[in-house]
Design a protein around this ligand. Structure first.
Ligand code: SF4
Length: 244
C-alpha cells in the first residue's frame, strides 16, 4: 500500500469518532452562503469568519442583498475577519457576476450537473478560484471532492505526498489519487490534523500518528522537542460544516 493510502487509513482510525464523514443537507440558499463563507474565511480563523458570516445573515437574511449594499456597510459587518474592504468588494463583484450570468442567486440547480461541469460553471465566473469552487462543490453541493487550501497544501508538502508550489498544483496533483468516497473526509481530517498536530510552527511530531510515513526532514528534531509541545491546542471548528 502506498503512503497516501496508508495515511488515509490512519486518519480513518484517528478521526473515526469525530463527525467528519457526514455530508450535510442544505437549503437552496446554502450554495451562495457557502461561497460567501469561503470568501470570508480567507486568511483568518474559521471562528472569526463565522462571526462575520452570522453578522451578515442577521442583518441581511438573504446574502444576495449584498449586491446592492455599499461596500463600507458590508465592511463594517465583517471587520472582525480581516481584509474587510477587499472581501466586501470581492463579495459584491461575485454577486454581480452570478446575477449577470444566471439572472438568479439560487445556485441549487448546479446539483443537476456533473462535478466537472459545476467546476466549469463556477470557474467561468472569474473571481472564484479553485479552492473556493471546491468548497462550494463539497459543502454546498454535497460532492465528494478534495478542497485544497494553504494549510492542506503545506501539510501535504511537508509530509512529502506532493512537491508543489501552489495549492492549485497540489489539488491537480493529488485529487485523483484519493479513493472515491474519501476525498472530502480526507480534506476534513487534514484540516484538523494541520491545526492540532502538524502545525505550521512547531509540529507535534512526538505525538504524530503518521510519523513513520512522513518524509519531513526535521521530524526527528521536532520529535525530541517535548517540552515545547506541551498543552497542544485543539481547533475543531470548521465554518463550512456549520453553514445551515
Ligand atoms: S511527523 Fe511531524 S512533520 Fe511529519 S506529519 Fe507528523 S507532525 Fe507533521
Amino acid at each position: 500500500m502506498n503512503n497516501l493510502l496508508k495515511i488515509i487509513e490512519l486518519c480513518e482510525k484517528k478521526y473515526k469518532n469525530e463527525n467528519v464523514h457526514s455530508l450535510n443537507t442544505k437549503n437552496n440558499d446554502s450554495v451562495l452562503d457557502i461561497l460567501i463563507a469561503t470568501k470570508l474565511s480567507q486568511n483568518t480563523t474559521d471562528k472569526t469568519a463565522f462571526i462575520a458570516f452570522n453578522n451578515l445573515k442577521r442583518k441581511y437574511g438573504k446574502l444576495e442583498k449584498l449586491m446592492e449594499e455599499r461596500i463600507s456597510k458590508i465592511r463594517d459587518e465583517i471587520r472582525i475577519c480581516g481584509m474587510a474592504n477587499t472581501k466586501a468588494k470581492d463579495i459584491k463583484n461575485i454577486l454581480k457576476k452570478i446575477y449577470r450570468k444566471y439572472k438568479s442567486f439560487d445556485l441549487s440547480f448546479l446539483k443537476n450537473y456533473s462535478t466537472e461541469e459545476i467546476y466549469n460553471q463556477l470557474l467561468e465566473l472569474n473571481g472564484i478560484g479553485l479552492k473556493t469552487a471546491s468548497c462550494v462543490v463539497a459543502f454546498g453541493l454535497n460532492r465528494d471532492v478534495f478542497p485544497v487550501d494553504t494549510h492542506i497544501h503545506r501539510v501535504l508538502n511537508r509530509i512529502g505526498l506532493v512537491k508543489t508550489k501552489t495549492p492549485e498544483k497540489t489539488f491537480l496533483e493529488i485529487s485523483d489519487k484519493i479513493p472515491e468516497g474519501k476525498k472530502l473526509f480526507f480534506h476534513k481530517c487534514l484540516i484538523k490534523f494541520g491545526r492540532s498536530i502538524c502545525k505550521a510552527r512547531n509540529p507535534l511530531c512526538n505525538e504524530c500518528f503518521i510519523y513513520m510515513y512522513c518524509k519531513y526532514r526535521n521530524k526527528s528534531e521536532y520529535k525530541n522537542k517535548k517540552a515545547q509541545n506541551r498543552n497542544p491546542q485543539k481547533y475543531d471548528f470548521l465554518i463550512l460544516e456549520n453553514i445551515k
